[in-house]
Structures are given as structure tokens and as C-alpha cells.
Design a protein around this ligand. Structure first.
Ligand SMILES: Cc1cc2nc3c(=O)[nH]c(=O)nc-3n(C[C@H](O)[C@H](O)[C@H](O)COP(=O)(O)OP(=O)(O)OC[C@H]3O[C@@H](n4cnc5c(N)ncnc54)[C@H](O)[C@@H]3O)c2cc1C
Length: 319
């Protein structure tokens, strides 16, 4: 067993961006865990996505023409199982999505594979795959290894890796797979309405607030300031945990990664490692904190030692 298999995902005729993120993650693991890197795509007309998957690091693309336009877990499980049997990868990466909920666990149980869900870190350590995921309601990090498992199947959280770029010239193989007996018939496709439909992963300018704001009553003034500046308002975990802002706005390890962000203003955030996990890659970070020793300054390009209330008032006069 060797090599890494990424299962690309598409929905309603669009390749989902997480597919390219998982390819980037797999590419970064190739040097330690070994190649080749194979990408598989299952669908009624998988060829339409082949060119979009020819990104850096991909050695082979396997297309499985199966199913209808709607996702069906039985067809997907049968197809992915056939690809695993044909290529014998040691690691299989599947997006942690509503599709994966329908087939990944079944596939792992039937194949006797090592299995973990909602993984946000993968390493190859002393000849074995090690996956990190949250535990106890995301309060601790749990490292899992998979003794004596020849194949390890992981569902991987979106926005952990930056999407793969560049180009490659992979072999493209069409794998015939016998039809699966389908037990699930999709009904209507219903778009869920969201109370707070902000997408922190797509925001280019974020102003995040932390426990330094002191009290909930101050949230509206920071919301107004963010709106006036054209920034998306984000937060650290204590603010989301207190219910002062929705969880969808939390940046960090158990929240969202500021993947597209170019300017990040951290207001009253200490810079705990779990917060940094979601924003330390941003090219321009401005930190405002009363404590000159706060860790946030270690990743900030510009730092202001001072009171966020005072700084907020000052900023407001300019917008
Ligand atoms: C498994 C796990 C996952 C986690 N995931 C996340 C995550 O996704 N995101 C996340 O953010 N955290 C996460 N945490 C929590 C993290 O460890 C920290 O507790 C959290 O980031 C701290 O938030 P904070 O910086 O807002 O608060 P604090 O650490 O309390 O910092 C407040 C800061 O505000 C400053 N301050 C106070 N008053 C003012 C003022 N008037 N003006 C200026 N500065 C002021 C203080 O000097 C201090 O630096 C996670 C923890 C665990 C264990």
C-alpha cells in the first residue's frame, strides 16, 4: 500500500474548492508519506472536471462515470471502494462534507480501514499516518494513529490547506465500476437559509474582536466600525462561546480560517496559538492590544499598544 488518493467533490455541476485544498494537502505529504498522488472523481460526466484537477503534484486522475446528477452515497461508496482496490493507496482523503457523512464511515467499516473525521492536521510519523482532530467539543486536540491499518481514510475539514495551484500532466484513467444497488433516492434540493451567512474564509479584510472588548454592549460599535471600514467582523473563541457573535465568525483552529484575507486587524486578542492557526498566514496583520507582551504582536506587521476603545473611536473619525 502506498500513495495518496484524494476524492474530489462536485455539487450541482461545480467542482467544490475543497477538492483543490485536499490536493494541496496531499502534495505537502507526498515527500514524507510517499506518492503517487491520485485524484478520483465520480459522477455521470466526470470528464468535465479533469482539466481543473490538473494542478501541481497530481500524478493520475481517475474518472468513474457513475450515478446521476444528484449525489448518491451507495454509488459513491462502490466507486471509491473500487478505486482503492485498484490503486492500493495508504492514505485516502475525502472532504469533510455532507456527502462524506453519507458514505465515508460505511466505506471505512466495510474495508477495515483506519478512519477519522473532521481532521485538520495530517502527519507521517515513523512510518505511520497521524491525524489530528478536535475532541470534547473542540476543547482539546486529539492525535490519532492507526496501528496495523494498511489504508487510512480521513475526512478533512475545508479551508485547512490553501487550494493547489500550478499545473501538472497526469495520466487520466477511466475506471469502469459495476453499478451499485442504490438505497437512497434524493428528493428535493433545499438551500438552507442561514441566520448569519457570512463566509469568513472568503473575506479579504477582517477586523476581529477578542475578550479585550470587555462587555457585550460594545459589540454594536465594533460592528458599525467594521461596516464603515468595509471589513468583515470576526472574533476570537471566547466571544463566540459567550454568544456575543455567531460561531460562524470565529477565526481559529476550531473556527474558520481566514483563507482569502489580505488585511487582518486584531482588536483585544491575545494571540493564543489556536487563534493564530486561523490568521497568522495573512500578509498584513495589525494588532491592537494594551499588553506590549501579547503574543499577537509576534505575527503582526504593525502593532499598536493601547486601548481598543480609544483606537476604535479614533478610527471612526476617519470613515
Ligand atoms: C482545542 C481548542 C481550540 C480553540 N480554538 C480556538 C479558535 O478557533 N479561535 C480562538 O480565538 N480561540 C480558540 N481557542 C481558545 C484560545 O486558546 C484562547 O483562549 C482564545 O483565543 C483567547 O481569546 P482572546 O484573545 O479574545 O482572549 P484573551 O486571551 O483573554 O485576551 C484578551 C486580550 O485583550 C487584551 N485587552 C484587554 N483589554 C484591552 C483593551 N481595553 N484594549 C486593548 N487590549 C485589551 C489583553 O491584553 C489580552 O491580550 C481554542 C482553545 C482550545 C483548547
Amino acid at each position: 500500500m502506498s500513495g495518496i488518493l484524494v476524492i474530489a467533490e462536485h455539487r450541482r455541476g461545480e467542482l467544490r474548492p475543497v477538492s483543490l485544498e485536499l490536493i494541496a494537502g496531499a502534495e505537502s505529504l507526498k515527500a514524507s508519506g510517499g506518492g503517487p498522488l491520485t485524484v478520483a472523481l465520480v459522477g455521470p460526466a466526470p470528464d468535465v472536471f479533469v482539466n481543473a484537477l490538473k494542478v501541481a503534484g497530481v500524478d493520475e486522475i481517475i474518472t468513474v462515470a457513475a450515478g446521476t446528477g444528484d449525489f448518491d452515497p451507495d454509488t459513491q461508496a462502490a466507486a471509491v471502494s473500487a478505486v482503492i482496490a485498484a490503486r492500493s493507496p495508504s492514505l485516502v482523503l475525502i472532504p469533510h462534507s455532507v456527502d462524506a457523512f453519507g458514505y465515508a464511515a460505511v466505506l471505512a467499516a466495510q474495508g477495515g480501514y483506519g478512519f477519522a473525521t473532521d481532521v485538520f492536521k495530517i502527519e507521517f510519523d515513523q512510518g505511520s499516518w497521524v491525524a489530528t482532530r478536535g475532541g470534547y467539543g473542540q476543547k482539546v486536540n486529539v492525535e490519532l494513529d492507526f496501528p496495523a491499518k494498511a489504508v487510512v481514510l480521513l475526512t478533512v475539514r475545508a479551508a485547512v490547506y490553501k487550494p493547489a495551484e500550478g499545473s501538472s500532466n497526469p495520466t487520466v484513467t477511466a475506471l469502469p465500476v459495476p453499478g451499485a444497488s442504490v438505497h437512497v433516492r434524493p428528493g428535493e434540493y433545499v438551500e438552507m437559509s442561514q441566520a448569519d451567512d457570512v463566509d469568513m474564509t472568503a473575506a479579504e479584510f477582517i477586523m476581529s474582536i477578542g475578550r479585550g472588548i470587555g462587555e457585550e454592549a460594545r459589540i454594536p460599535q465594533f460592528r458599525e466600525l467594521a461596516d464603515a471600514m468595509g471589513a468583515t467582523l470576526g472574533c476570537s473563541r471566547p466571544i463566540a462561546d459567550s454568544g456575543w457573535l455567531p460561531k460562524s465568525r470565529q477565526v481559529g483552529q476550531s473556527g474558520k480560517t481566514a483563507s482569502a484575507c489580505k488585511l487582518y486587524i486584531a482588536m483585544g486578542i491575545s494571540g493564543a496559538i489556536q487563534h493564530l492557526a486561523g490568521m497568522k498566514h495573512v500578509s498584513t496583520i495589525v494588532a491592537v492590544n494594551a499588553d506590549p507582551g501579547a503574543s499577537i504582536f509576534s505575527v503582526a506587521k504593525y502593532g499598536i499598544v493601547g486601548d481598543i476603545m480609544e483606537f476604535g473611536e479614533e478610527l471612526k473619525t476617519h470613515f
